[in-house]
Design a protein around this ligand. Structure first.
Ligand SMILES: Nc1ncnc2c1ncn2[C@@H]1O[C@H](COP(=O)(O)OP(=O)(O)OP(=O)(O)O)[C@@H](O)[C@H]1O
Ligand SMILES: [Zn+2]
Length: 463
């Protein structure tokens, strides 16, 4: 079987073939950088990171563009409320998002273009739309004429008559459903020059302009949260198709992170920020929590599910550490066929994780039976699978102190294990003061020790 993905536009699972053989091109709608990220914001990026890793594993050279919306009403309002320049507010929160993506192990995008840096491309796109009769200027604003484009509504499965958007009547708008490509300048607001006057970009136009600037008129996959299907993606598609660009071949949408059934969202105030989460859980544990469910299933936030995810990650980690201590270096091996089949089936991560855990169980049994070659083969398979999921506990990214194979890690391990052995000796001799002193030294140095049936396991505290 080859990769199949669910495409929102056709509401069906379709076989994936790249537009350009050997490469895959992906555009993901990034954040409007108006505040610090919550776990809902990063879910999509993590889902598309897993997709990207899978495509790379399948032999494709992947180009992934994730934009930054750095000009928007909300940014202007919040910056003004805090007495800060709008550009500083946007840049500060862009860094907060980049930091969150990085801490959770998202590979950096090929490029993360900012809306404000692509006004030239937006003006060119508006000119093409006006020339073709799909857009018009009115008092410095530029609108897309929805009635001029027959397929309007097709992505979100609506008839034009049912479309609800832009109910408030605006000067110069010909149809209330027409949406703004460009907004004329208001006093005191940032603006850029265009043939129709100074103004600033509409959100939908930005993404069409940036996607085609980097990925070409036709590209493979456009991704985003399910809330973006309408109006954002409907409008992006309408603009680009009406201008003559085939645009995205697949439209992927990740489901929400919810709290009590409602979308986690800054406007509802029901958010959990990434720094808050990382005070209690290690980054790969949070990543596990967000990538284990299928990307099209809602994640209802709960402490129970989070700690279950953390335990799931630790179980894999403990097995690999145990295997490494008994069998030596664990290489990255081959992927089990069942794992590959699950990933090819619209990224069926729950099934893929089930294969990981079955392999861990068999690997632990092999270690118990002192069958080292078998244990090593299974551990190598676990490393291969978790590598695709961005969760390999022995990778330089996640093994504490920056890499199990680095000289720093080996030196640290030597010192920690020396102190742990001292603690065990002191306990055996019932010298509890000495045992406690060894434990305290470890604790002060930021080492967390957990006593397990396989002996003490240690990690470096995360925060
Ligand atoms: N709770 C959530 N679950 C999943 N994805 C989300 C969630 N909240 C935002 N996203 C996604 O994050 C990306 C960035 O969205 P954006 O900056 O527009 O935030 P938003 O939807 O306005 O949320 P908020 O109101 O919390 O800022 C979009 O792809 C959006 O779908
Ligand atoms: Zn977008």
């Amino acid at each position: 079987m080859t990769l199949h993905l669910f495409d929102t536009a056709t509401r069906s699972v379709r076989e994936f073939h790249p537009v350009r053989s050997g490469t895959a091109s992906i555009y993901v709608c990034g954040a409007t950088v108006q505040g610090v990220p919550h776990i809902g914001h990063v879910r999509g990026s993590l889902n598309y990171d897993v997709l990207r890793r899978w495509l790379v594993h399948s032999g494709l050279d992947v180009f992934l563009v994730r934009n930054v919306t750095d000009i928007d009403d909300k940014i202007l309002t919040k910056a003004a409320d805090h007495g800060r320049p709008w550009w500083e507010w946007a840049a500060t929160h862009e860094r907060a998002f980049e930091d969150a993506y990085d801490r959770l192990g998202c590979l950096p995008p090929s490029i993360n273009p900012r809306a404000t840096g692509h006004v030239t491309q937006m003006v060119q796109l508006m000119e093409r739309l006006i020339d073709r009769g799909h857009a018009y200027a009115a008092d410095g604003d530029v609108y897309f004429s929805v009635k001029s484009f027959d397929a309007y509504g097709a992505l979100s499965g609506q008839q034009l008559d049912d479309v609800q958007q832009g109910e408030t009547p605006t000067r110069g708008k010909r149809d209330p459903r027409d949406f703004a490509l460009w907004k004329s300048a208001k006093p005191g607001e940032p603006s850029w020059p265009t043939p129709w006057g100074d103004g600033r970009p509409g959100w939908h136009l930005e993404c069409s302009a940036m996607a085609t600037a980097y990925l070409g008129a036709e590209f493979d996959i456009h991704g985003g949260g399910v809330d973006l299907v309408f109006p954002h993606h409907e409008n992006e598609r309408a603009q680009s198709n009406a201008a003559g660009d085939p645009f995205a071949r697949f439209w992927l949408h990740n489901a929400w992170v919810t709290m009590s059934g409602e979308k986690m969202s800054k406007s509802l105030g029901n958010t959990v920020s990434i720094p808050q989460m990382l005070a209690d859980y290690r980054a790969p544990e949070l990543r596990y929590y967000l990538v284990q469910p299928h990307y099209r299933s809602t994640i209802e936030y709960s402490d129970g599910a989070l700690s279950e995810a953390a335990q799931g990650y630790r179980r894999i980690e403990q097995f690999l550490r145990r295997a490494a201590s008994q069998a030596g270096v664990v290489p990255i091996g081959a992927l089990p066929a069942e794992f590959t089949a699950a990933m090819d089936d619209d990224l069926a991560t729950p099934q893929a994780f089930a294969v990981v855990h079955n392999t861990v169980r068999d690997g632990n049994a092999a270690l118990d039976a002192a069958d080292t070659p078998k244990a090593l083969e299974l551990a190598a398979a676990v490393r291969a699978m978790t590598d695709v999921l961005g969760l390999d506990p022995l990778s330089a990214r996640w093994s504490e102190a920056g890499g199990s194979e680095t000289p720093t890690r080996q030196a640290l391990a030597g010192l920690v294990e020396g102190l742990l052995a001292e603690r065990q000796r002191a306990r055996a001799e019932k010298d509890f003061a000495r045992a406690d002193a060894a434990r305290d030294r470890l604790q002060e140095a930021g080492i967390v020790v957990e006593d397990t049936p396989n002996g003490p396991q240690w990690t470096v505290r995360n925060s």
